[in-house]
Design a protein around this ligand. Structure first.
Ligand SMILES: C[S@@+](CC[C@H](N)C(=O)[O-])C[C@H]1O[C@@H](n2cnc3c(N)ncnc32)[C@H](O)[C@@H]1O
Length: 204
């Protein structure tokens, strides 16, 4: 499989915009969700670990899942994440992980996955009963957030009501959206949402 992030990985963490955005998303995740020291987390589309870096001190373990080996190599080279974060280069929709998680987080990765229904189904399948999601991405936009012709971008953001329906369809309820950040470019504003939800526990 072609690694679409191979070149981008080299300078990812040097880009002020990306570090500012991930700091805003990571901070909002920490404000909105009670992470505890016994939790096993999956970071979907973890990239170089900018989000994992915010959460790692608060939890037991993070499985950093991505299909870009180049991005994960950058993450694995960070000494502060060693022992806390493991990297898994695989497509979990086709090759699910054997373990289930207390929380699945994701930042700016869902718009790179064509089949959102299948992705949310996979998230639900990887959650423990009562487990939570905290997923950040672009609100629906006019298609100008990424430069024209960027490969691997399947969605011009997401409509919140559509995402809510997909989460509910796959057994994730208590769905709440907050705006984690607003990217300003000229006269345009691109809001970034964080959606939280919880997988229903089976009736006793
Ligand atoms: C815009 S980057 C965000 C990286 C990181 N979450 C951050 O905030 O810095 C999107 C990431 O999603 C990953 N990605 C794309 N499709 C994926 C898939 N099907 N499974 C896992 N990761 C995927 C890309 O390889 C890339 O590392």
């Amino acid at each position: 499989m072609v690694d679409l992030f191979e070149e981008k990985a080299k300078d990812w963490d040097k880009d002020d915009f990306k570090t500012r955005l991930s700091r805003a998303i990571g901070t909002t995740m920490l404000e909105r969700l009670d992470f505890t020291a016994d939790m096993d987390i999956m970071d979907f589309g973890a990239g170089t670990g900018l989000i994992a870096g915010h959460l790692a001190p608060k939890v037991a373990h993070i499985a950093a899942v991505d299909i870009s080996q180049a991005m994960l190599d950058r993450l694995a080279a960070k000494p502060e994440l060693r022992g806390k974060v493991d990297t898994l280069c695989q497509d979990i929709m086709d090759h699910p992980l054997p373990q289930k998680f207390d929380v699945i987080v994701s930042a700016m990765a869902m718009h790179h996955v064509e089949d959102t229904d299948k992705l949310i189904e996979s998230f639900a399948a990887h959650l423990k009963a009562g487990g939570r999601v905290a997923l950040a991405d672009l609100d629906h936009e006019d298609g100008t957030f990424h430069p024209a012709g960027t490969t691997g971008v399947f969605h011009a953001g997401f409509k919140r009501d559509l995402l809510q329906r997909l989460l509910n369809k796959h057994g994730i309820s208590d769905v709440q959206f907050v705006t984690a950040y607003a990217v300003e470019r000229g006269d345009k504003v691109f809001p970034i949402f964080l959606v939280l939800g919880q997988k229903s526990a089976p009736a006793a």
